[in-house]
Design a protein around this ligand. Structure first.
Ligand code: GCV
Length: 758
């Protein structure tokens, strides 16, 4: 496997398209990419790819238009959820009244074509009922029974192409109604925590579980253009359109990517550009000192401002479509504006001003907390920190600053409440940050499909049921206090239907911050170490495009593309087995690890495997406070750290009381006795025992299920997963026994079911 596993672009997934006569109409780099993809598929499967303007198939060769629009219906897909109120299926998907009378037709005749991908212009006008597809959207409609993808901009055509690949044969179904697709948010970004030099502690990729970096090796750019191109294809096919290429912890060598080593970044940008992916760079806030030789990095210092402006001009001279800067400041030892008595708005704005003339963005991370806490001090609460630092700054950031907020208030634990910062800054562009790399969710040794976890975050309604969701916040539709920026025709805040594309999508004023995730790929042949972890990367892109989509439908899509029916021995068995193993794997992981949202019972440093007290007496601010009587962190207003007051109603009240707090978050918000009765009817201690026994049973069953695929799928994939499942079983047993034993010894309460606890 020289260029890596094909992942969700298995060649067979291109068969339906590649066996047809396809016309591509339009010009530009991304249209060239579309044509190239089509041509390769046609070469492989016997079809014919033509470009309009070529003698054999220009629009002028086709007969005059005559067609009628199809009925408006939702395409529900194999395991899709019920259609949204608007009857749409794909967040950016709306049935349209596309006017099929326009454009050349007779495409289905012997001399014509079976499929058209066209940029809308005079030749292919394709009027739409009041709704343009936008910069990245597309219409899928028909002309004389021939499927036609129409886009306003080349990126839309590219996404339309990959949509056809996903649909397979069903794209050619004559009864398919016309639909408009466009992303819910304009920014769908992956952050690589890749180092250029191998870091003595964190290695080539910080929190990377898939081998080395695909960009860098031992201090140098790898220059593996073929692999990067393949990666770009995969990302574009999932909907990702931006990437940062180095770790947010910016060390000495990596700092120089901004100046002396900019050429290496430009080379990466050159490979990703044809797939519509813009390159961003993590920069150190101390760059004016470490690169510019200035005595200070004070954001209010004139020389510092000039340095950022001049440096940024040079970046754009080399990479005209450069995305912008990503900054981790005053966080875990990284330099920041606090050193100069300045605010984070001051810090972000100096970079924003430098980028603004070029259309660049600052992604400024809100992950700011005291990592030198005294465990004896119960008044300091790491969960509070981001809100305490950033909420007062709402309205002070420039328009091209995006505040990038981890989805939970602490640190990517398997279960956390949604960060209250996301609901606290209506006048700031907010991005939600997820972690695709499985730092705290099994490190790509455990199967843990994260789609359902992200979906819970995206659907969370911080102002209460029926109000705007976190997906709305990311798309720029803010809370009750903020300006309503809904798309015309939408039913107002909270009606987050698939048609609710963010205003930024249309270039009508960029307001949303979008979705960002820490990447999970490396130079591993399967990209992600655990082959099934590919599904997390795919799901991130697809949910960023359409946060309303059912994550199990996304998983089903991934299965179909990665294990196409024509490439497996028993497609039904493959699909069934993968669902059985993956659908509930996140909740399964939650069951056998830290209970009830308490988090951080992991081994210090590498964060793999159990160590209940590993962080209990450390400086990191991640405690559980277990004693003989109870466990959990009192974050209430009444008696605890007051964190609950950072939420708007109703959640401030719901979380404040142990009685109303959801079970799965109880120990995040409350310190309760072991005999506290949960809503489930179980006591806390019995819940701990039961879930840990159940979690291991489930992993054993997963391993058993997987064995059914021996000889049915690619042997290398089968073996890799089988080997990882053995480790998952071992590790889950370790978790079960350590957690159960710890709490049995602390509490002295026996298991009601008399199972073995040590
Ligand atoms: C890149 C966690 C991880 C760190 C990471 C940090 C962050 O603390 O353990 O490795 O640093 O998050 O998000 O900046």
């Amino acid at each position: 496997m020289s260029d890596g596993n094909a992942a969700w672009l298995h060649p067979e997934a291109f068969r339906p398209l590649g066996s047809r006569r396809v016309l591509v109409h339009g010009a530009g780099v991304l249209v060239d990419t579309v044509f190239d993809e089509v041509a390769r598929a046609c070469a492989a499967y016997g079809g014919r790819a033509r470009r309009s303007g070529e003698a054999a198939a220009g629009p002028t060769d086709l007969a005059p238009a005559s067609a009628s629009a199809g009925a408006v219906n939702a395409d529900t897909g194999p395991v899709d959820a019920a259609p949204s109120p608007a009857g749409q299926v794909d967040a950016g998907t709306v049935p349209t009244d596309a006017d099929a009378d326009a454009g050349p037709a007779d495409a289905g005749s012997d001399t014509g074509v079976d499929l058209v991908l066209a940029l809308r212009d005079a030749a292919w006008p394709g009027a739409v009922d009041g709704a343009a597809p936008g910069d990245e959207g597309f219409l899928l409609t028909r002309r004389d029974d021939v499927p036609v993808v129409l886009a306003d901009a080349p990126a839309g055509l590219l996404y339309g192409l990959f949509h056809l690949v996903r649909l397979g044969e069903s794209a050619f179904d004559a009864t398919r109604p016309p639909q408009r697709h466009r992303p819910a948010t304009a920014l769908r970004m992956l952050d690589h925590w890749d180092n250029v030099d191998v870091h003595p502690v964190m290695g080539q990729v910080e929190r990377g579980y898939a081998g080395g970096s695909i960009f860098w090796r031992d201090g140098a750019a790898r220059g593996d253009r073929a692999r990067l191109r393949h990666y770009a294809r995969l990302l574009a096919a999932s909907g990702v359109n931006a990437i940062s290429v180095n770790n947010v912890n910016v060390h000495a060598t990596e700092a120089r990517l901004l100046t002396g080593r900019l050429g290496e970044v430009a080379e990466i940008a050159d490979v990703l550009r044809p797939y519509g992916i813009r390159v961003h760079l993590s920069v150190t806030f101390a760059a004016p000192i470490v690169l510019g030789g200035l005595p200070t990095a004070d954001p209010c210092d004139e020389a510092v401002r000039r340095w950022w402006a001049a440096t940024t001009r040079r970046v754009y001279a080399r990479i005209p479509d450069f995305g912008g800067y990503l900054v981790k400041a005053d966080s875990e030892g990284q330099p920041g504006p606090f050193s100069y008595g300045r605010s984070h708005a001051d810090g972000a704005n100096v970079l924003a001003d430098a980028l603004a003339p070029h259309g660049g963005l600052v992604h400024w991370r809100a992950f700011v907390y005291n990592h030198h806490q005294d465990w004896r001090d119960r008044s300091t609460d790491r969960a509070r920190a981001a809100h305490d630092h950033f909420a007062p700054l709402d309205g002070l950031f420039r328009d091209n600053v995006i505040l990038q907020v981890k989805h939970g208030p602490v640190d990517f634990q398997p279960r956390e409440p949604v960060s209250p910062v996301l609901a606290a800054m209506p006048a700031t562009r907010m991005a939600v940050e997820f972690q695709v790399t499985q730092e705290y969710t099994g490190q790509q040794r455990h199967v843990c499909y994260l789609g359902p976890a992200w979906r819970e975050v995206l659907r969370f309604a911080p102002w209460g049921p029926g109000g705007p969701s976190i997906a709305d916040v990311a798309a720029g539709r803010r809370g009750p206090a903020g300006p309503a920026e809904d798309e015309p025709g939408r039913d107002g805040p909270g009606a987050a239907g698939p048609g609710a594309a963010g205003p930024g999508t249309d270039g009508a004023g960029a307001v949303g911050g979008g979705l960002v995730a820490v990447a999970n790929v490396g130079d591993d042949p399967f990209w992600t170490g655990h082959p099934l972890a590919q599904a997390n990367l795919y799901a991130f892109g697809r949910l960023a495009w359409d946060p309303e989509r059912d994550p199990l439908a996304v998983l089903d899509e991934w299965i179909g593309l990665t294990f196409p029916a024509s490439a497996t021995g028993d497609p039904a068995l493959v699909r069934e087995t993968l669902h059985a193993v993956m659908d509930d794997s996140w909740r399964c992981y939650e069951r056998y690890t830290a209970p009830l949202g308490v988090g951080f019972m992991v081994q210090p440093g590498d964060h793999y495997g159990p160590d209940v007290d590993g962080y209990e007496y450390s400086r990191w601010g991640t405690y559980h406070f277990a004693d003989r009587d109870g466990v959990g962190v009192d974050r209430s207003r009444a008696t605890g750290t007051g964190f609950t007051s950072q939420y708007p109603p109703p959640w401030s009240a719901v979380y404040e009381s142990a009685e109303s707090c959801p079970d799965e978050l109880l120990l995040f918000f409350h310190h309760v006795p072991y005999d506290h009765v949960l809503h489930s009817g179980s006591t806390v201690i019995q819940h701990i025992y039961d879930t840990h026994f159940a979690g291991v049973e489930q992993v054993l069953a997963m391993r058993q299920r997987w064995r059914a695929l021996d000889g049915v799928i690619d042997a290398a994939v089968y073996e890799r997963v089988a080997e990882r499942l053995d480790e998952q079983v071992r590790s889950a047993i370790e978790w079960r026994d350590q957690i159960n034993t710890y709490f049995f010894r602390k509490s002295g309460v026996p298991d009601r079911r008399h199972r073995r606890i040590y």
